[in-house]
Each structure stands twice: as structure tokens, then as C-alpha cells.
Design a protein around this ligand. Structure first.
Ligand SMILES: C[S@@+](CC[C@H](N)C(=O)[O-])C[C@H]1O[C@@H](n2cnc3c(N)ncnc32)[C@H](O)[C@@H]1O
Length: 280
């Protein structure tokens, strides 16, 4: 079952969880089959996004807390991105993070990709420095080093451990040498998201809360009405393992905008002397 707690004999923590609604839309109202064991398909997300645009119409009608949190996230990302960069957002959803980024950073060229068919009526579709839904680098034939920065904002939770390694390996190949890949996720450990109330808690207390929460989220899913298996909550140690297995090098890890940011870079190609090009 894809939803079982994975021991995997390696570092970090990873716990499956379920969800029954998102942005006030209950999954049972979408007319798609729900599953306690299989991840949502692109069709599931497409059905969800169709309902989201029917319900809210445009960004400004979405819940204010969500808009504020995503605006903060976008600004944190912006602070990590150099002038005139070409950027890929992988798993962009409705593109609000990118909309903020593109308006505040007209120097950037931003490509947006999502495996769901996201309705093109969102305001992101009107911006000149954004290409929405078309990512040339997604075609295997066209694979080349196109991007200075690739980021995945709240996406990796929906990707199993092994596939996450494969995905990051593929994306790392599409970065220029020395380019940056950024993961933005909610760590299962609150302090890794910058939540202060956990700061003084002892390890035992943190672990107890973690186990209780995990148990409630997945094994307690039968108490949630119409749950859908949603993915995995991981800690930073687990993300670091994925990053290393994908051949990326960690640059920085920090908490901001209530989440955990993992900044990584691809290892610069070496020649037979083992030195970067031009040094051997
Ligand atoms: C929680 S949303 C995040 C959207 C956006 N990045 C944001 O922060 O608002 C997760 C998104 O990841 C996309 N997604 C999940 N698995 C994916 C995959 N394997 N490939 C591409 N997109 C994926 C979903 O369609 C969804 O839009």
C-alpha cells in the first residue's frame, strides 16, 4: 500500500497523511473516486482546479490568509533568485506565487508547469514574463540546461520517496551549471517551519507530538469524512536524503513564511581530472 509508514532503513521521518478538503472544497463533491491508498491523479487535481476557478473566479477572492502566506513565500523565493534569471516553477498550481514573483521581478523569465490541467483564466496567464503550462524542458528530446533556478513549492509531499529522487535528478539536469533548485515544504517538525512554540520542547515531547499527529492524520483517517490519501509529511533530514540521492548539494536550510526552505545546487560537471571545466 502506498500509504503505509515507510521505514526504509534510512534517515529522517516520513509519514503518510490524508485530506478531505482544500480551500473549502470537499473532495467528495468533485465526482472523482477517492482513495485511501493511491495518490491523487492529475485528473483529480484538474477536477479540483476546475471547481476552484468556478468557486473563486480570480485570486483576490481566495481566502486572505492563503493569499498572505503565498505572498510571503513568493517574496522569500525572490530574495534567493539573482537578477535576470530564468526560473521554472514545477507544480505551480494556479500560479499565484508566480504571479506575485513575476509582477515584483520583471527581470525574471518564469516558466510554470503543473501535471494538472490548470484553467488558463487565472491572472497569471496575462503576464508577459511568464509562460504558463508550456515547459520546453519537459520533453526528453529537448532536455537541456535551461534554468538558473527551479523551485518546487509545496509539491514534493505528493511524490513518493524514490520518485522524488528521480524527479529531482531530472530537474537538476535542466539547471545551468551552478544553478539552484529550491524546495519549499511544510516540515513535519514545527520548529523546522519556524514555529516558536516548539523551540524549548525536549526531543521526547516533539517525538510524542509527531507520532500522535501522524497516527491521527493517517491511521485515524477513518474518522475524517471521505478522506483522500494526500502524500507524506517529511522532516528536513528526509528532504536532505532525497537531495543527496539526487546528486544535489545542499547550500542552505532555513525556516521562512511558516515553511522550510531547502536551497540546493547541482554539482558542476567535472572533467577527467575531477576538476571543474577550465581547471584541469
Ligand atoms: C499544494 S499544490 C501547490 C501549488 C503551488 N506550487 C503553490 O504553492 O501554491 C501541489 C501541486 O503539485 C502538483 N503536482 C503534484 N504532483 C505532481 C507531479 N508529479 N508533477 C507535477 N505536478 C504535480 C499538483 O497538481 C498541485 O497543483
Amino acid at each position: 500500500m502506498s500509504g503505509s509508514i515507510e521505514a526504509l532503513g534510512s534517515v529522517g521521518q516520513e509519514v503518510p497523511f490524508c485530506q478531505s478538503e482544500w480551500q473549502g472544497i470537499t473532495f467528495s463533491s468533485l465526482g472523482v473516486n477517492l482513495s485511501l491508498t493511491d495518490l491523487p491523479t492529475p485528473d483529480f487535481y484538474t477536477a479540483f482546479y476546475s471547481r476552484l476557478v468556478e468557486t473563486y473566479g480570480t485570486y483576490r477572492n481566495l481566502p486572505a490568509d492563503w493569499l498572505r502566506s503565498k505572498t510571503n513565500t513568493s517574496r522569500e523565493l525572490s530574495a534567493c533568485i539573482e537578477l535576470d534569471s530564468t526560473v521554472l516553477s514545477f507544480g505551480c498550481g494556479i500560479g499565484f506565487v508566480e504571479w506575485v514573483l513575476a509582477r515584483e521581478r520583471p527581470d525574471l523569465k518564469i516558466f510554470c508547469h503543473d501535471f494538472a490541467g490548470v484553467p488558463g483564466s487565472w491572472p497569471i496567464a496575462d503576464l508577459e514574463n511568464v509562460e504558463f503550462g508550456q515547459v520546453p524542458a519537459q520533453s526528453a528530446e529537448q532536455r537541456s540546461k535551461l534554468f538558473n533556478v527551479i523551485y518546487l513549492c509545496q509539491v514534493l509531499y505528493a511524490v513518493p520517496y524514490g520518485e522524488a529522487i528521480d524527479l529531482l535528478t531530472t530537474l537538476a539536469n535542466q539547471l545551468v551549471d551552478g544553478g539552484m533548485l529550491i524546495l519549499v515544504d511544510s516540515s513535519v517538525l514545527p520548529e523546522e517551519n519556524g514555529q516558536d512554540d516548539q523551540e524549548n520542547a525536549g526531543l521526547a515531547s516533539v517525538l510524542a507530538k509527531f507520532i500522535k499527529k501522524s497516527y491521527r492524520n493517517f491511521w485515524g483517517a477513518s474518522r475524517i469524512q471521505d478522506p483522500q490519501f494526500w502524500g507524506w509529511q517529511r522532516d528536513n533530514q528526509r528532504y536532505q536524503a532525497i537531495i543527496e540521492e539526487a546528486g544535489l548539494e545542499s547550500i542552505d536550510v532555513f525556516a521562512a513564511a511558516g515553511q522550510s526552505f531547502n536551497l540546493t545546487t547541482n554539482l558542476i560537471a567535472t572533467n577527467s581530472s575531477g576538476l571543474p571545466p577550465g581547471r584541469g
